[in-house]
Design a protein around this ligand. Structure first.
Ligand SMILES: Cc1cc2nc3c(=O)[nH]c(=O)nc-3n(C[C@H](O)[C@H](O)[C@H](O)COP(=O)(O)OP(=O)(O)OC[C@H]3O[C@@H](n4cnc5c(N)ncnc54)[C@H](O)[C@@H]3O)c2cc1C
Length: 417
């Protein structure tokens, strides 16, 4: 059995793992990454590519459970689905999520989500400029479109709340909206523009970041699944993989939706459930949207990426495989046609499914493990794992180096569960 020595070992080379690698290398550490598949793919490569510091309201918020039940009654058009299972961990997660859908959870989550979102957005623009990444990064904001007066009113209320936290927003009436986004169909009666948001092609960004961390000296072991751990005296002595054992000074666990499965030997309570979503990517259409869009009532994202256009949607709780369901891809396309002008026949290049690592209170888990002195958890970023990646990378590097973190990480510690 081969034994490898590592300074910082990162488990998982998705958005979070690669950002951790980048900021650790910049902070002078040596980095080794192990991934069960290829790095820079994970659940981000086919995602919407939205970098959204405006998203400070957690998924677990008042009203979401009744809305989800209503959606389930319309399976053809629903943006939401869930597995029926009596797995105790899943049932407990559902209970915790339901209890967390409160105003007090929203108030608790906003400060850390806001701090992490702002830090990440700043880091993204600096990283992309410094490294000269050509990944269709567009700082044109995120535009919500609404087709019904009631959803538009809800959107305006959220915009009011976000403005109080310093998020730049512009509410657009019908004519202002159509001036700003000519791709919108006549049915769209208003919108909210979060002008501090941005978007990029996530597959290109991660590919470039993967190449960059290799060039900076990271050792990368692909197709090397972690299979278990040797632990003693509150320390992880070895991480077992298909290629041999890794002994590391520090270990960062960033395995996204697979984190609880990877950590099963460690006897830690990491309440992460997967939430599957889909995307379809096509050649540019005749009328390309000028902005990244979110289609309010349908919860579908639209992302122009140079000569490509991507539609993304659906959240299916606790589905762990990445099989693409053609019925839901068709549902996403149908939803988009309600809001924007789209060619009758689309030249689709790729359909894709990915797993969002979702916690019951809608906040990620970032911090040192309470049980093992050389383990840091960086997971549970749900629908924001690209957006919050660059900030997570920085604070994980600060934790590893024993530095004061850029903001208070206590609300994100796993002990809160
Ligand atoms: C449809 C959809 C749209 C989305 N849109 C956006 C968006 O616009 N903006 C945004 O911010 N987020 C978005 N997300 C969410 C985002 O993609 C996730 O939050 C993000 O991918 C999580 O990153 P991660 O690094 O934690 O996990 P992943 O990207 O899944 O990476 C985890 C890595 O761990 C590896 N791994 C698994 N098991 C093992 C093992 N045993 N040993 C070693 N390695 C292992 C995996 O191979 C993988 O590479 C979207 C998600 C979906 C599904």
């Amino acid at each position: 059995m081969t034994t490898y020595k590592a300074d910082v070992l990162i488990i998982g080379g998705g958005s979070i793992g690669l950002n951790c690698a980048y900021y650790l290398l910049k902070a002078g550490r040596k980095v080794t990454i192990v991934d069960s598949k290829e790095i820079a793919q994970g659940s981000s490569a086919g995602n919407a590519g939205h970098i959204v510091p405006s998203h400070i309201i957690p998924l677990a918020a008042p009203g979401i459970v009744p809305t989800a039940i209503q959606w389930l009654l319309d399976p053809k058009n629903s943006p939401f689905g869930m597995k029926v299972s009596l797995d105790p961990k899943y049932v407990l997660w559902l209970l915790q999520f339901t209890l967390a859908c409160s105003e007090s959870n929203v108030q608790r989550a906003i400060p850390p989500l806001n701090s992490l979102g702002q830090l990440s957005a700043r880091n993204f623009s600096q990283l992309i400029a410094e490294e000269k990444f050509n990944c269709h990064y567009q700082q044109t904001g995120l535009l919500f479109l609404y087709n019904t007066a009631s959803a538009f009113e809800d959107g305006k209320r959220e915009a009011d709340l976000m403005q109080k936290y310093g998020i730049p927003t512009e509410v657009l009436n019908k004519s202002a909206l159509h001036d700003r986004e000519p791709a919108a169909r006549d049915e769209v009666l208003g919108g909210v523009h979060f002008t501090g948001d941005s978007h990029l092609n996530p597959a290109l960004f991660l590919k470039l970041l993967g190449e960059r961390v290799r060039a900076m000296g990271a050792e990368v072991f692909e197709n090397t699944p972690v299979t278990g751990f040797d632990v003693a005296d509150g320390t992880i002595r070895a991480v077992k993989t298909s290629a041999g054992n890794f002994e590391a000074n520090e270990i960062v666990l960033a395995a996204g939706a697979w984190t609880p499965a990877v950590a099963r030997d460690l006897r830690l309570n990491i309440p992460v459930q997967s939430a599957r979503g889909y995307s379809l990517t096509m050649s540019a259409t005749q009328v390309m949207p000028r902005h990244a869009l979110l289609l309010g009532e349908r919860r579908v994202a639209v992302s122009p990426m140079g000569d490509l256009l991507r539609f993304t949607g659906r959240l299916e709780l606790s589905n762990t495989d990445t099989t693409v369901n053609a019925k839901h891809i068709a549902g996403i396309e149908r939803a988009v046609r309600e809001y924007i002008e789209v060619d009758e026949k689309l030249n689709v290049h790729e359909t894709w499914a990915g797993l969002r690592p979702t916690t019951p209170d809608g906040m990620p888990i970032i911090g040192r493990s309470p049980r093992y002195r050389n383990l840091i958890l960086a997971t549970g970023h749900a629908m924001l794992g690209l957006s919050l990646g660059a900030g997570t990378g920085q604070v994980v590097a600060e934790l590893v180096n024993g530095k004061e973190t850029a903001f208070d990480l206590n609300p994100l510690r796993v002990e809160r569960f």
